[in-house]
Design a protein around this ligand. Structure first.
Ligand code: TXE
Length: 499
């Protein structure tokens, strides 16, 4: 069967070599569906379709207000089809249905935000210092965008790219993770159904090395926006550099969760669990490094271990489950190796460090894991686990807390827990991360920029900057009273007053 799940130039099609891929639910291994496995040729065709749609101007030439009102319709349609989308997301990822439902609400909110923002950004006038000059800045779409998304929040991460790209007037080719294609297919259905011109939105499914590398290197692509792992991000940035494409990269983090002794103990503990174990830690902003003041460390960590040991794992439709499986066998092997290496390097395993047993053996479950006695430089402190693993470090002064919080080559997010508002603000200022939560963990807002310092990436998603990533600023300078400058004399002209 040649599944027609690629969307190129407004047409649903199978892969050029008729290749397919089976998608299995990571919670129990059940077959979810069979989709087309795109080829490099398919990716190239999709880029050309996006290019010609962009050049034709049917979408890129629309007014920002018209584009904005289309995005609002997308948001409304997503809300109507929420249950179907959430179910598809849950089957691909294994995450709890309620989590997918929250994701779908967030996605609709994202389209709504950029829909409203689109019409507000109409350029600006610049004072050129003369009434005879009209000087203005226009924001134009950057062009053809490759949008490469990961598997942990498949449609949410894609929506953070699709919504501003469309708001700006760009055309795009979306490549979701090969593991989680179904909500991207549904999204294309919605865009088609609502009348987006052919070729503005294209979908090519397939793996990174085949499809992704065409999308990041094709000369007709103007911008590559990628969310995923650091190593893949480096490959994409290098590939995009050959033709000096713009890049927007969100590459994860090694995020500190700093708890001072004067914090609200129960709230900090509860949120430390959320920070580390929501979605089994497969969150770019996971609070994977607990950094706790020494005077409360023993009590805090004992409680954390006790509570982590109680977390109920289970499938997406198991009403008792509090978190689900890892995305794949390969990813679970990676998390396993990461914890084992940490222990070999001297970390102490306080709980977890093993796969789920019994019913859980059908899926890729890994038990919530706490490691203490970790020291700077250990691999568990340096590398992203992207699993349900939290390490514990302790400090005795505010300065030491900041130093530990910044002891990473990443810089995506971090949190400070304290009832001292001044101290919290000082620490928030000193931390070199793109988002800082004070007395909270994980909330984000579509109207607030998201992205990282350091090797967490380049650029920002969401907020006005998230739209600006998909725009080029053009300066138009009009002299309404042109004069001869006389800079270069006309040496052949007759001298003034001559015969
Ligand atoms: O991600 P990849 P993987 C981190 C996390 C995880 C690690 C590896 O630490 O353990 O990344 O996960 C596409 N050219 N994050 O291997 O490879 C790929 O097909 C172009 C953090 O699953 O980064 C998919 O669509 N594209 C993260 C996307 O890149 C390529 C979320 C992400 O896959 C490509 C996920 C190539 N050469 C993992 N190779 C976050 N920041 O939230 C792969 N891809």
């Amino acid at each position: 069967m040649n599944a027609s799940t690629l969307f190129i130039g407004g047409t649903w099609t199978g892969a050029s070599d008729a290749g397919t891929r089976d998608i299995h639910c990571p919670a129990d291994g059940e077959l979810v569906g069979t989709v087309a496995e795109g080829t490099a040729d398919d990716a190239g065709r999709a880029v050309l379709a996006a290019r010609s749609a962009f050049d034709a101007g049917e979408w890129s030439g629309k007014s920002p207000l018209e584009r904005g009102s289309f995005l609002l319709k997308v948001a409304a349609r997503l809300r109507e089809r929420k249950d179907e989308f959430a179910r598809a997301e849950t089957l691909d990822t294994g995450k709890r249905l309620v989590e997918s439902e929250i994701d779908m609400d967030d996605i609709a909110n994202c389209f709504e935000y950029f829909g409203k923002l689109a019409g507000q950004e109409s350029g600006r006038l610049v004072d050129a210092g003369s009434p005879m000059v009209v000087s203005r800045i226009e924001y134009e779409p950057v062009g053809v965008c490759s949008l490469i998304a990961p598997w942990n929040y498949p449609l949410l991460q894609a929506a953070w790219k699709i919504a501003p790209a469309l708001a700006a007037g760009c055309s795009f080719v979306l490549k979701p993770s090969e593991l989680t294609p179904h909500t991207s297919i549904l999204m294309m259905e919605v865009l088609q159904e609502l009348g987006l011109p052919d070729g503005v939105a294209n979908l090519v499914l397939g793996d990174g090395k085949t499809v992704g590398s065409v999308l990041s290197s094709h000369p007709d692509v103007d911008l590559v926006s990628f969310t995923g792992g650091l190593e893949t991000g480096k490959v994409i940035a290098a590939s995009a550099a050959a033709s000096v494409k713009k890049v927007a990269l969100e590459l994860g983090g090694k995020n500190p969760n700093i708890v001072f002794a004067d914090a609200d103990f129960d709230a900090a503990l509860d949120n430390a669990l959320n920070a580390a174990f929501v979605h089994s830690g497969q969150v770019c902003s996971a609070g994977a490094r607990l950094i706790v003041e020494e005077s409360i460390a023993e009590k805090f960590v004992d409680e954390l271990v006790r509570r982590a040991g109680q977390i109920r794992l289970g499938g997406p439709f198991d009403a008792d489950a509090e978190t689900g499986p890892l995305i794949s066998a390969a990813h679970r092997d990676k998390v396993t190796a990461y914890v084992d290496k940490g222990v070999a390097e001297g970390a102490r395993l306080r709980c977890g460090g093993a796969w789920g047993t019994g019913d859980l053996e059908k899926g890729f479950y890994y038990l919530p894991t706490v490691l203490d006695q970790v020291t700077s430089g250990m691999s568990v402190l340096v590398d992203e686990a992207f699993g349900p693993v939290v390490t514990v470090e302790t400090f005795t002064s505010e300065a030491e807390a900041v130093k530990l919080g910044n002891d990473t080559h990443y810089g995506l997010a971090g949190a400070v827990w304290s009832q001292d508002a001044g101290k919290s603000q000082r620490v928030a200022r000193a931390l070199r991360h793109g988002t800082i939560w004070i007395n909270d963990f994980h909330p984000y807002l579509p109207q607030a920029e998201w992205g990282g310092f350091g090797q967490s990436g380049v650029g920002r998603e969401l907020g006005p900057t998230g739209l600006a990533e998909y725009q080029e600023a053009k300066h138009v300078y009009q002299n309404i009273d042109p004069q001869v400058t006389g800079w270069f004399a006309d040496h052949a002209a007759a001298p003034a007053g001559g015969n």
